[in-house]
Design a protein around this ligand. Structure first.
Ligand code: NAP
Length: 251
């Protein structure tokens, strides 16, 4: 599965699923832009791991919720590598558990900006660089959704679930829009994966608590999601576009 020097940008590549994707992508031969928002140390650790494995990566700070930052991030990738072959729209956030009748407009705007508008803006910039319509050589995009999109997240984060539902629809539409322009667009929907996102939503014990509701009786690892992402990016998935691959242990 050699990607032999192809250029990959992973948003939120510094921790969790994004970091696992960067590390696995390096093994597959990608040269990687590791995006992060604030934790430079974590991003540099991923870059160091890629370097140690004989790969090439650089860290690029950008809040994907800011269009200015997104434009600067893509320009940084242009400057470093001169082209783009693959994008993983991975950066995403949850918030504290709350019912819909408790949600503030500020929370909703922030959630939708980071989880919905940001991946759309990144996809826009990627299409401008990859599409044969714009003189590009084609490419692949993988969006990171969640099985929460079909479960709904009641009592916890219906807003988060809805943001991921938007990504699912966006994936179908964009996949069909650029299918004739050399770009494949797919989405992965992880179930409960052991990362720091749960603690960031005020539920550090969520992984252990939810293990029992998963038919496989365990949570997933970031590496298990990364493997699916890498397959969807690869030429092995050459006839797969608009697909939603669930990685949820049967849930
Ligand atoms: P995580 O461990 O919390 O890592 C989040 C990553 O995103 C970090 O690298 C973080 O960078 C970055 N990030 C956050 N906000 C950002 C922003 N505004 N701009 C740029 N980067 C930003 O999360 P994860 O569990 O790996 O989740 C990754 C994706 O998988 C998300 O889209 C999430 O919704 C989805 N997902 C996760 C699970 C799960 O159970 N873990 C399940 C389903 C779906 P900094 O460290 O610099 O902030």
């Amino acid at each position: 599965m050699s990607a032999s020097g192809k250029i990959l940008l992973v948003t939120g590549g510094s921790r969790g699923i994004g970091a696992a994707t960067c590390r696995l992508a390096a093994k597959a031969g990608y040269r990687i832009a590791v995006n992060y928002a604030s934790n430079a140390k974590a991003a540099e650790a991923v870059v160091a791991d890629v370097d140690a494995a004989g790969g090439e990566a650089f860290a690029v700070k950008a809040d994907v919720g800011s269009e200015t930052d997104v434009l600067a991030m893509f320009e940084a990738v242009d400057g470093r590598f001169g082209r783009l072959d693959a994008l993983v729209n991975n950066a995403g956030v949850v918030d504290q558990s709350a019912r819909v009748d408790e949600l503030s407009a500020a929370r909703l705007e922030s959630m939708m900006r980071i989880n919905v508008i940001a991946p759309m803006l990144c996809a826009r910039e990627a299409v401008k660089r990859m599409s044969t319509r714009h003189g590009g050589k084609g490419g692949a995009i993988v969006n990171v959704s969640s099985i929460a999109a079909r479960l709904g997240g009641p009592g916890q984060y219906v807003d988060y679930a809805a943001s991921k539902g938007a990504i699912d629809s966006f994936t179908i539409g964009l996949a069909r829009e650029v299918a004739g322009e050399g770009i494949r667009v797919n989405v992965v929907s992880p179930g409960i994966i052991d990362t720091e996102i749960h603690a960031s939503g005020g539920q550090p014990d969520r992984v252990e608590r939810m293990r029992k509701v998963v038919p496989m009786q365990r949570v997933g690892t970031a590496e298990e999601v990364a493997a699916a992402i890498l397959w969807l990016l690869s030429d092995e998935a050459s006839y797969t576009t608009g697909a939603n691959l669930e990685i949820g242990g049967g849930r």
